[in-house]
Design a protein around this ligand. Structure first.
Ligand code: NAD
Ligand code: TYD
Length: 366
């Protein structure tokens, strides 16, 4: 049994779906179901006895303690967060609350649970992590999912971020994530909590909420809306297909060294404008506009984001060297799959755009 927080969001849902596609080890998903939490992401697991979705806050100590005691997970994977930089600029409060205070409460709940776990189970000589049933003090893991944005911004010529780069967050979002990373680190050094932290670059893929660049481009293109490019569009991000992020997390969970940080990246640095042109070209090919014009005609330059980080780049050599992980997708293969997924899932897109996915949440949860 594992507990996944934030498992109804973009990356968390992909992680849960992939996990249960590859293993029968049950998952309990704890998610507050904020605007970004969409149970439709997990609809294919309805009626699957291996999965339980619980609506709740990582900061609700009583609920988290109850879930841990009841389900005895061998690992907690923490995806739960407020995740959108623009929202953090307009309203940082929720970011402080969930990403910092929420992570603190979660760490304390997990510490209480972990400290009372048995030292060891009789596992007949097999490695503790190979056992899927029964958590023990030594086999338990708390894996914290974080971002490359904690390292701040690079110039064009700077080397990519390594695990020892300075922590220099610039947005309320990245500052709140950096704070949570520090808490996780401190809970390991002070209390011995068996933690792992991953700092990953920009993800893209299925179930991505269309407030972020790539899904926004796809859904706006299809309904004839403008494609907003902030500033000059020359900001650079490293892009990783979400399934590759999920495989990296599984690998770190399985074999990562306790207390260590692992950078996760796709070796795909791209300027935003290149991303926009790529998505437009794929849509021209896969779903041409009715008027025969190219989608790039919808590009609109808008005022830049305040404090906009110029470049992120990830050096993922440690993960490759120590744990043998490499991304499976190139950017070309991943972005094609992504665009195709949005074209193949019009109901998901329509429900997200109309807000109908909230009605579903209200009917099934509260
Ligand atoms: P998301 O916004 O799509 O999903 C976040 C999920 O957390 C949602 O389901 C939301 O309902 C839930 N949540 C929010 N507050 C909560 C709370 N207090 N208690 C319980 N659940 C809560 O985000 P995402 O893009 O899937 O990102 C997941 C994690 O990965 C985040 O921690 C983010 O910082 C990190 N990350 C994201 C990216 C990226 O490119 N999206 C890159 C690197 C790291
Ligand atoms: P985003 O997907 O919000 O991720 P992050 O800010 O965490 O990197 O944005 C990716 C890049 O795209 C970032 O440089 C901001 C830019 N951007 C736009 O140019 N237009 C948009 O409409 C959005 C949402 C982002």
């Amino acid at each position: 049994m594992i507990l996944v927080t934030g498992g109804a969001g973009f990356i968390g849902a992909n992680f849960v779906l992939d996990w249960l596609a590859q293993s029968d080890e049950p998952v309990i998903t704890l998610d507050k179901l904020t605007y970004a939490g969409n149970p439709e992401n997990l609809q294919s697991l309805q009626g699957d006895a291996r999965h339980t979705l619980v609506q709740g806050d990582i900061g609700d100590a009583a609920l988290v303690a109850k879930l841990l005691a009841e389900h005895q997970p061998r690992a907690v994977i923490n995806f739960a967060a407020e995740s959108h930089v623009d929202r953090s600029i307009h309203g940082p409060g929720d970011f402080i609350q969930t990403n910092i205070v929420g992570t603190f409460h979660l760490l304390e709940s997990v510490r209480g649970y972990w400290s009372n776990l048995p030292e060891n189970l009789d596992c007949h000589g097999s490695a503790p992590l190979a056992m899927t049933a029964g958590a023990t003090k030594s086999s338990f893991r708390f894996l914290h999912v974080s971002t490359d944005e904690v390292y701040g911004s690079l110039t064009k010529d700077d080397p990519a971020f390594t695990e020892t780069s300075h922590i220099e967050p610039n947005s309320p979002y990245s500052a709140s994530k950096a704070a949570s990373d520090h808490l996780v680190r401190a809970w390991h050094h002070t209390y011995g909590l068996p933690v792992l932290t991953t700092n990953c670059s920009n993800n893209y893929g299925p179930y991505h909420f269309p407030e972020k660049l790539i899904p926004l481009l796809i859904v706006n293109s299809l309904v004839g809306k403008p494609l907003p490019v902030y500033g000059d569009g020359q900001q650079i991000r490293d892009w990783l297909y979400v399934k590759d992020h999920c495989s990296a997390i599984r690998r770190v969970l399985e074999a990562g060294r306790l207390g260590e940080i692992y950078n996760v990246g796709g070796w795909n640095e791209k300027a935003n404008l290149d991303i926009v042109h790529t998505v437009c070209a794929l849509l021209d090919e896969l779903r041409p506009r009715a008027d025969g014009k190219p989608y790039k005609d919808q590009i609109t330059y808008v005022t830049d984001r305040p404090g906009h980080d110029r470049r992120y780049a990830i050096d993922a050599h440690k993960l490759e060297r120590e744990l043998g992980w490499k991304p499976a997708e190139t950017f070309d293969s991943g972005i094609r799959k992504t665009v195709q997924w949005y074209l193949d899932n019009p109901d998901w897109v329509t429900h997200v755009q109309s807000g109908a996915y909230r009605e579903w949440v209200q009917k099934h949860y509260k």
